[in-house]
Write a protein that binds this ligand. Structure first.
Ligand SMILES: *Cc1c(COP(=O)(O)O)cnc(C)c1O
Length: 376
């Protein structure tokens, strides 16, 4: 069976974990945590980064930092993972779902203004497949209406918008190191803070509502409970694993890009024949090879293709079910019409994608897809 995903190990993970264990400091915010945070701050230009136990946690920190609560509206794409919405729902805020573009799962920035009301507090963008949303349009709109922009950059490590790293553009951003992402730690995440006004409070929320971080820097002489918060820090064991991955980022990215390009070349003909659509990378965006997806002609066709591939031991999977149609949301809310989000729910198919995917195996997948459409 060629799986959909297979976590890649660089080989230094256990060595660094051993170092962390030998150092005798295993709780969070130690040497490896700081190395990982510095890596992002220096390479991508974020003002401050804090490691978290997941991207979900980093998004929850964002919701706490902007004081999202009852009476606030948060605009979120419907075609995304549950966590993007859940972080704000937990705070009592109301979610307003935005539709995708017609040819791209990312939210359609040109339709955002119609969703803004006096209650709108923030826009959360998701860079689907690591390909940037139209951030110039989003940031301009946010500035005009005095809104916070939060980037769900879970899939967007090492990807750029007009030369600026994704996760460094919005006021706040969240990354994921779940084992299905480009850079992994099993479970893990990172909060990036680009608007300085959030920095001090983010450290407090990160450390269970205490001013522990400034106490250890000698800025205050007592350490105590000063705000809301939770235990958002991962242990040094996680950070050590993650650092081994970050050190190998360039090699991992180069390999993933070659896999991505091989899919593109192998499936180009089907797109030229109008049978499927392939990912679009806008001029302002780069491709970080997080994912390779195809857009099928219909739901039945996609189901047929999944089955055809499965019979050949090839595991391709669809992705999000529009959140506005979810059981949880539909229970308490009027369900809006978001045709493009529903379109990607029914038509998008993700192909096996992982560092160790052998060329011969990849060619089997490409051949099978071409055969399926030749016989269709
Ligand atoms: C993976 C993912 C998340 C959740 O990340 P975790 O680290 O598992 O919490 C959130 N949003 C998007 C868009 C994702 O792809």
């Amino acid at each position: 069976m060629i799986p959909f995903n297979k976590p890649f190990l660089t080989g230094s993970e256990t060595k660094y974990i051993e170092e962390a264990v030998q150092s005798g400091k295993l709780s969070g915010n130690g040497v490896f945590t700081q190395k990982c945070q510095k890596f992002f701050e220096e390479k991508y230009g974020m003002k401050k980064c804090l490691l978290t136990t997941s991207c979900t946690d980093a998004l929850e920190m964002c919701a706490m930092l902007i004081d999202a609560g009852p009476g606030d509206e948060i605009i979120i794409p419907s075609y995304t993972f549950v966590s993007t919405a859940l972080a704000f729902v937990r705070q009592g805020a109301k979610i307003i779902f935005a539709d995708s573009e017609s040819g791209n799962p990312n939210l359609d920035a040109s339709k955002l203004e119609a969703l803004i009301t006096p209650k709108t507090k923030a826009i959360v963008v998701v860079h689907y497949a690591g390909i940037a949303c139209d951030m110039d349009a989003v940031m301009a709109l946010a500035k005009e209406h005095n809104l916070v922009v939060i980037e769900d950059a879970a899939q967007a490590i090492d990807s750029f918008h007009n030369g600026k790293a994704l996760g460094s553009i919005g006021h706040l951003a969240a990354f994921s190191f779940h084992e299905t992402k480009n850079i992994i730690a099993g479970e893990g995440g990172l909060l990036a803070i680009n608007d300085e006004k959030y920095i001090d409070r983010s450290e407090v929320i990160w450390e269970k509502g205490t001013n522990r971080a400034s106490f250890f820097r000698g800025e205050v002489n007592k350490y105590g409970w000063v705000d809301t918060g939770s235990s958002f820090l991962p242990s040094e064991v996680i950070a050590a694993f993650l650092y081994a991955q970050l050190e190998n980022l360039d090699a991992i990215q180069a390999k993933r890009k070659s896999i991505w390009n091989r899919y593109r070349e192998g499936l180009n003909m089907l797109e030229a024949q109008g049978k499927i659509k392939l990912p679009v990378v806008p001029e302002f965006a780069t491709n970080n090879a997080h994912m390779f997806f195809i857009v099928c002609g219909s739901l039945e066709e996609r189901s047929g293709l999944i089955k055809y591939l499965k019979e050949r031991d090839l595991h391709a999977v669809f992705h999000y079910i529009s959140l506005h149609k979810s059981e949880f949301y539909a229970k308490g809310n009027a369900v809006p019409e978001l045709p493009n989000s529903d379109f990607f729910t029914d038509h998008l198919l993700r192909l096996p994608f992982y560092y160790e995917l052998a060329e011969a195996d990849q060619d089997r997948i490409i051949t099978a897809i071409n055969e399926f459409y030749a016989n269709a």
